[in-house]
Ligand binder design. Structure first.
Ligand code: DAH
Length: 351
């Protein structure tokens, strides 16, 4: 029995399981209910009392050795109880996480706002669900006038149970332009006004590379005594130089908006070909970036401002358009599809 134990002892000492299965086989062989240790204890019962004194100690040590070996390896094969910190270098730097970046439209909006802030403009906002008065009537769009068709409107039903002015029932719409914020601002205060109004606008258009059912605008408003078209031109000229770089040319073309008189559209020399002619400017050398004009006296009167005393100018531009010209993006849909491969290209600035 002694020699058997010493033979098994060296076997156990040399045992190095590589897998959980090997360890389990070891357990069954030595510690199992029909295992070697059980057999040895059975044999032990039959030996003489003198032998028992010596052998008992040897046998118990042998059993402890087998159990210790099994316990040593048990943990390393059972995933859950594995102590993760063991063997890991806790002094290594942690895994960094990627910071997000601003959306290109937010970057450009921020840039526009910052340029006008330097001229003393403040930022104002208004609701996206707007009533007919603020979106159209106060802005001098006559009832049933075709000018209302310039902007395909999404009309919205009032929310059931909402406390809605019965007269205005059915007259709510998603705002078609940020010009509605001009009205709210002027109604709520007294001149002078010098404000910039960025926001999302909606039009009932089929989605394509060149049109979308929602987009973003920035509206500008300047009302005071003695504001002239020269102020309008100089303000917008400064804006263009700051945004697109010195030397960018501007030109004004007569246009029509119900809320301004005279009205104009402003073009800049093409940012891509610098006027030589390319696809972006359709080989004209110029690209339109905004609408503007002197605020129609009717609008001032509609919001309770004395049009004999005050004059003002307004302008409105699409942020997508400004961004396209800055970054040469040809498909409007990219702005709202959240394709990370597109958005990552603008991570120039950390939030
Ligand atoms: N609201 C016009 C549009 O959405 C843009 C615009 C034109 C705004 C002239 C103005 C303006 O304030 O003076 O097409």
């Amino acid at each position: 029995m002694q020699s058997k134990i010493s033979q098994y002892t060296s076997e156990i000492e040399a045992f190095e399981p590589k897998t959980a299965e090997e360890l389990e086989a070891f357990r069954i062989k030595f510690l199992g209910t029909k295992g070697i240790i059980k057999d040895l204890f059975d044999e032990f019962k039959a030996v003489s009392p003198e032998e028992k004194r010596v052998l008992g100690k040897v046998l118990n040590q042998f059993k402890q050795l087998a159990e210790a070996k099994f316990n040593d390896f048990k943990d390393s094969f059972s995933g859950e109880s594995q102590n993760k910190a063991d063997g890991e270098d806790l002094t290594l730097p942690g895994e960094g996480f990627e910071l997000g970046g601003r959306h290109p439209l937010s970057l450009v909006r921020k840039e526009i706002v910052e340029i006008f802030k330097r001229l003393g403009f403040v930022v104002a906002e208004g609701p996206e669900i707007e009533d007919d008065w603020h979106n159209f009537s106060a802005l001098n769009f006559p009832e049933e006038h075709p000018a209302r068709d310039m902007q395909d409107t999404f009309f919205v039903a009032p929310i059931p149970g909402e406390n809605v002015d019965q007269e205005k029932k059915g007259e709510y719409a998603l705002r078609t332009h940020t010009s509605s914020v001009q009205v709210r601002l002027m109604e709520a205060g007294k001149p002078p006004f010098r404000a910039l109004m960025p926001g999302r606008v909606y039009r009932n258009e089929a989605i394509s590379a060149r049109a979308h059912c929602f987009f973003h605008q920035v509206e500008g408003l300047y009302v005071d005594e003695n504001v002239s078209f020269a102020d309008l031109k100089q303000t917008l000229y400064y804006f263009v130089q700051e945004l697109y770089g010195e030397g960018t040319k501007v030109r004004f073309r007569p246009s029509y908006f119900p809320f301004t008189e005279p009205s104009a559209e402003m073009d800049i020399s093409c940012t891509i070909c610098k006027g030589a002619g390319c696809q972006m400017c359709k080989y004209t050398g110029w690209v339109e970036i905004l609408g503007c004009g002197m605020i129609d006296p009717n609008v001032l009167e509609n919001v309770g401002i004395d049009s004999k005393k005050y004059t003002g100018f307004a302008f409105g531009m699409g942020i997508e358009r400004i961004t396209n010209l800055k970054y040469q993006i040809k498909d409007l849909r990219l702005f709202s599809e959240n394709d990370i491969r597109f958005l990552k290209q603008f991570q120039t600035e950390i939030i």
